[in-house]
Design a protein around this ligand. Structure first.
Ligand code: NAD
Ligand code: MG
Length: 393
């Protein structure tokens, strides 16, 4: 019986993963080791009971009594807090979903890799903040990382049976997000509610807002570079409003292999869950005759400054990715709390990277997770400062 753990089980990726596990036989087919959630005790307990999980961990420590009560008599151990999350990651499993949002997902995924097994990586922040360390950790322990981001799963599938030397370019697509068709002048006054709707995908709020700003695509360019080891100059972004073509791989003989499918994360999650086999998945099928046409355009640099920042981050290398991601997370917090406007997020992140690279130099490579976490904390502090300075002037 295959053993599985799901980190971030109560989120958007986590719920889709849970749905697939239940459809593929649930507790009869899988031994569920650990499920974790942030704050949603009721839902985590429901999932843990349904899958007969060995341990359920809630990140918010104050919620432990509630989780204990909800799991009373179920046979699932209730635990809470950061240490418990790491202990859950220390319980070996054959397949682990890394579905926590943000840099908070890095340490548990990293720890899980040290036990071998397969890490299904939705948490792109792990690769942006600590790509080389994460890939080395997987190699050192004979663990495998399978990409779950839809674009990266698409590239991975297009590369089956191919050699990386034959790849000329990788193109990942972007829907353009909530504000694709807005006049540029209006972006500065976009509200949180407006930014939290996605034209095609149903996802967590943070990644949905990051899709509107294309900070999500910025992270994904870096993710492509780190995971596939391809130079930044050969990674392209294409705006594709229909979100049906997820990625294109161009080869040196001029051939291009693209991956199409409905915008439903259960495809990429299911591919990683069943790999190297393909199982029936409950995603809708494409009817291209009905769809009629697919459209593509180059991203507008004025609308999406985050894409330029991603290129600068890759050029600078080292700890810049960790600082970039952390500053982006802190700027997103500020936007959600109403402290800064939508377009200020990119201004703030750019300013933070400038100041940090002047003060401390971000170019040196991380040799430990602690170095990454230090750079992360420094960037969050600097982001708060930059926002305060901005509000003073
Ligand atoms: P979400 O906000 O819906 O869920 C995040 C999960 O992490 C929840 O279980 C939440 O409780 C938990 N969590 C949040 N903060 C935590 C913390 N500090 N410590 C421990 N747990 C915490 O997010 P999501 O949309 O499911 O995204 C999860 C990851 O997958 C992100 O890295 C995102 O970029 C990536 N991803 C998501 C989608 C999607 O369709 N949702 C697509 C591609 C990639
Ligand atoms: Mg994606």
């Amino acid at each position: 019986m295959r053993s599985v753990s799901v980190f971030g089980a109560t989120g958007s990726i986590g719920e889709s993963t849970f749905d697939l596990l239940m459809r593929q036989g649930g507790a009869q087919a899988y031994r569920t080791v650990a499920l974790t959630g942030g704050r949603n005790v009721a839902r985590l307990a429901e999932q843990a009971k349904a899958l007969k999980a060995e341990i359920a961990v809630i990140a918010d420590e104050t919620l432990l009594p509630d989780l204990k009560a909800a799991l009373h008599g179920s046979g699932t151990v209730a635990a809470a807090g950061q240490n418990a999350l790491m202990e859950a990651a220390d319980r070996p499993a054959d397949w682990i979903m890394s579905g926590i949002v943000g840099a908070a997902g890095l340490a548990p995924g990293f720890r899980a890799l040290s036990h071998g097994g397969t890490l299904a990586l939705a948490n792109k922040e792990s690769l942006v903040t600590a790509g080389p360390l994460l890939m080395a950790e997987a190699r050192a322990h004979g663990a495998r990382i399978l990409p779950v981001d839809s674009e990266h799963s698409a590239v991975f599938q297009a590369l089956v049976g191919e050699e990386m030397e034959a790849v000329e370019a990788i193109t990942i697509t972007a829907s353009g997000g909530a504000f694709r068709d807005w006049p540029l002048e209006r972006l500065a006054t976009a509200t949180v509610a407006e930014a939290s709707t996605h034209p095609n995908w149903a996802m967590g709020q943070r990644i949905t807002i990051d899709s509107a700003s294309m900070f999500n695509k910025a992270l994904e360019i870096i993710e492509t570079h780190e995971f596939f080891g391809i130079e930044p100059e050969r990674i392209e972004v294409l705006v594709h409003p229909e979100s049906l073509v997820h990625a294109l791989v161009g080869f040196r003989d001029g051939g291009v292999i693209g991956h199409l499918g409905a915008p439903d994360m259960r495809h990429a999650i299911g591919y990683a869950l069943n790999w190297p086999e393909r199982n029936h998945l409950p995603v809708s099928r494409l009817n291209l005759a009905k769809i009629g046409q697919l459209t593509f355009s180059a991203p507008d640099p004025a609308r999406y400054p985050a894409l330029r920042l991603a290129r600068e981050v890759m050029a600078a290398g080292g700890l810049t990715g960790a600082a970039f991601n952390a500053s982006k997370e802190a700027a997103l917090d500020a936007f959600i709390d109403g402290r800064i406007g939508f377009t200020k997020m990119a201004d703030v992140v750019e300013d933070v990277l400038e100041r940090l690279s002047r003060d401390t130099g971000l170019g040196k490579s991380a040799t430990s997770l602690d170095m990454v976490l230090d750079a992360d904390r420094a960037a969050r502090r600097m982001t708060v400062e930059v926002i305060k300075d901005m509000q003073r002037t």
